[in-house]
Design a binder for this molecule. Structure first.
Ligand code: HEC
Ligand code: HEC
Ligand code: HEC
Ligand code: HEC
Length: 209
């Protein structure tokens, strides 16, 4: 039989000799520093790729996206609050969803290189289908990007135009979401926008939204 009593204590867990003892806290400090650098770089990359400048690196198009956005009330307004591209197009409340969206956006490098949207004509040819994609996204998430700045609760309905106040007061109970009434607020509407929007809304009719 094996006689355990005679076995020397495990080498693995022997008290480190004084020369190596210093290595343990030093190693911990090094690991911490490396971790911080890695995290810092990730945060840097995440922030850099959420800036309007980053989106402009592909979507700057002086003749369409940029002038439409810069003429909109979300670029400049009385209150001086600006909504950047990322405020309306990237999730901020869920890290995993943000990373997923970024991974999907990075795939757009492929059609970009293929020149899918590089002229106004090409952009117009795709605008309707892209706008419908974005509308579906807003229907799916109950316009949550709009709600990160606006909320019906915070509206002074009595100071709004009567129609607006009436429609906002009833929106929740009627199951209506911001995008149902406020599309085309930053970008030019695609041709036949209301028919295209109705087609998207019809996909949702009957579902309990
Ligand atoms: C590498 C170039 C590139 C960058 C950077 C880029 N985009 Fe795009 N984006 C494209 C291309 C190309 C398309 C068209 C993709 C397609 O329909 O296949 C597109 C499509 C879109 C669409 C329509 C999506 C859809 O579902 O049809 C939105 C919205 C959008 N981009 C927003 C953004 C925002 C916001 C940013 C910045 C965070 C951004 N893009 C950064 C190239 C880019
Ligand atoms: C980053 C914050 C922010 C986000 C995100 C945002 N808004 Fe706004 N919105 C504002 C500000 C600020 C104003 C101007 C307020 C003022 O000074 O009157 C405004 C104005 C408006 C107006 C009135 C002016 C107009 O152009 O008709 C509407 C309608 C509106 N927003 C709807 C939306 C909808 C719909 C979304 C989502 C697609 C959205 N907003 C996303 C901040 C935001
Ligand atoms: C049932 C339709 C409807 C829905 C849903 C709706 N709105 Fe409106 N909203 C209107 C109408 C109509 C106006 C007045 C005309 C306009 O500015 O477009 C208005 C005006 C506004 C204004 C300008 C108010 C002012 O007096 O300056 C803001 C901001 C706004 N809506 C934001 C939102 C947001 C954010 C949501 C989602 C939480 C939303 N609305 C949902 C119909 C709606
Ligand atoms: C206030 C919210 C808001 C801001 C800010 C915003 N968008 Fe959009 N975006 C939308 C909505 C809503 C749609 C869906 C189509 C529509 O209703 O105009 C859309 C549609 C798009 C599309 C699809 C094609 C189209 O023209 O409809 C692209 C591409 C796009 N956005 C890119 C951008 C880029 C790039 C920026 C910054 C320069 C930006 N958006 C800023 C709300 C916004």
């Amino acid at each position: 039989m094996v006689d355990n009593k005679q076995k020397p204590p495990s080498r693995l867990w022997r008290r480190p000799s004084s020369r190596w003892a210093l290595g343990i806290p030093l190693g911990a400090v090094l690991a911490f520093a490396l971790g911080a650098v890695a995290l810092g770089t990730t945060n840097y990359v995440v922030h850099a790729t959420s800036s309007t400048e980053f989106c402009y690196s592909c979507h700057s198009h002086e003749s369409f996206i940029k002038p439409e956005y810069e003429a909109s009330s979300h670029f400049a307004n009385v209150s001086g609050v600006r909504a950047g591209c990322a405020d309306c197009h990237l999730p901020h409340d869920n890290w995993f969803e943000l990373m997923w969206t970024k991974a999907v956006v990075s795939l757009d490098a492929i059609p970009e290189l293929a020149g899918k949207l590089d002229t106004a004509e090409k952009y117009e040819a795709h605008r309707a289908e892209m706008a419908q994609d974005v509308w579906r996204q807003f229907k799916d998430n109950d316009s949550k990007f709009c709600r990160s700045c606006h909320s019906i609760d915070a509206m002074q309905l009595e100071d709004q135009h009567r129609t607006a106040a009436r429609r906002h007061a009833k929106a929740e109970e009627n199951g209506e979401t911001c995008i149902d009434c406020h599309y085309g607020i930053v970008h030019k509407e695609p041709d036949n926008a209301s028919e295209l929007y109705d087609a998207v809304a019809a996909e949702y009719a009957g579902t309990d939204d």
